[in-house]
Design a protein around this ligand. Structure first.
Ligand code: CIR
Length: 263
């Protein structure tokens, strides 16, 4: 089955000129839209190379962070769940995504509780469970509502913790195959991946922990040679994608797409 690493579809959204206003924890410079678009094109071409259909949505200038579509939904084989982003400026992005999911899925449900917040970047789907990291964007009430919603499809949720000061749980980890997780040491040291094979990102390359396994490829941000070598040495086919501009907004490989095989 391998629904956690094999996908027929992805959804992406073009970055808008307003990306310069995107949220960031630390200001390390203004992102260059043209360069970001070039990186985005390479990302989409790589997804397509695996045979997947990529739906490219138009830019949404009203939402500076809307290129980071992952945060708007959780896509499972049985249906999709529309999120409630914890960043107030991003809340409306989820409603913008919903109709595109309804066009592809039979069942689309949503997190609706007024006090419930959850962003897709905090959710790691593995073959055996759904790990959700509490963070500044995802609260216990949001995780509880998600747990109820996905139970109908037979999925179990396990609540874990995002390391302090880290934006999302998946900023620090990614699934490489159904048993193997790439993680920063600060996250794996919590024991949350006990029972999985863990490849720790070499010290100093923590920003390379957010990759995606998409069909036969692992897409990772360019510029992290020791992590690239470690992933390749474990037998994976790696593609490096420029991420300098998204990194200025704390975004990486997983944030840029929703990946799924619709029911
Ligand atoms: C934000 O702070 O919401 C965006 N600047 C970055 C979102 C990255 N998304 C992700 O990790 N899934």
């Amino acid at each position: 089955m391998s629904f956690s690493i094999r996908f027929s579809h992805a959804i992406t959204r073009r970055p808008a000129p307003s990306i310069t206003q995107g949220l960031r924890a630390v200001d390390t410079g203004t992102p260059d839209l043209a360069l970001m678009q070039a990186h985005h094109d390479a990302y989409i071409a790589t997804l397509r190379e695996t045979g997947a259909t990529v739906v490219e949505l138009p830019a949404l200038p009203a939402y500076p962070d809307s290129v980071f579509v992952e945060d708007t939904a959780l896509c499972l084989p049985q249906g999709a769940v529309v999120m409630r982003p914890g960043a107030p400026s991003r809340l409306g992005e989820a409603a913008e995504m919903a109709p595109h999911l309804r066009a592809l899925y039979r069942e689309v449900v949503a997190i609706t509780g007024a006090d419930n917040f959850i962003e897709g970047g905090d959710i790691l789907v593995t073959e055996r469970e759904i790990l959700v990291g509490r963070s500044a964007r995802t609260n216990a009430a949001g995780i509880a509502e998600l747990t109820r919603l996905v139970a109908r499809w037979g999925h179990a949720v396990r609540e874990v913790h995002t390391p302090p000061g880290v934006l999302h749980f998946k900023t620090d980890c990614s699934l490489l195959d159904i048993d193997t997780i790439l993680s920063t040491r600060r996250l794996s040291a919590s024991g949350c991946f006990d029972g999985y094979k863990v490849i720790d990102v070499p010290e100093g390359e923590e920003a390379a922990a957010n990759t995606i396994r998409f069909n036969d490829l692992v897409l990772m941000p360019a510029g992290f040679p020791r992590t690239c070598d470690a992933i390749a040495a474990a037998g994976f086919t790696v593609r490096e994608i420029g991420n300098s501009e998204c990194a200025k907004l704390d975004g990486g490989m997983s944030c840029l797409s929703l990946r799924f095989t619709p029911a």
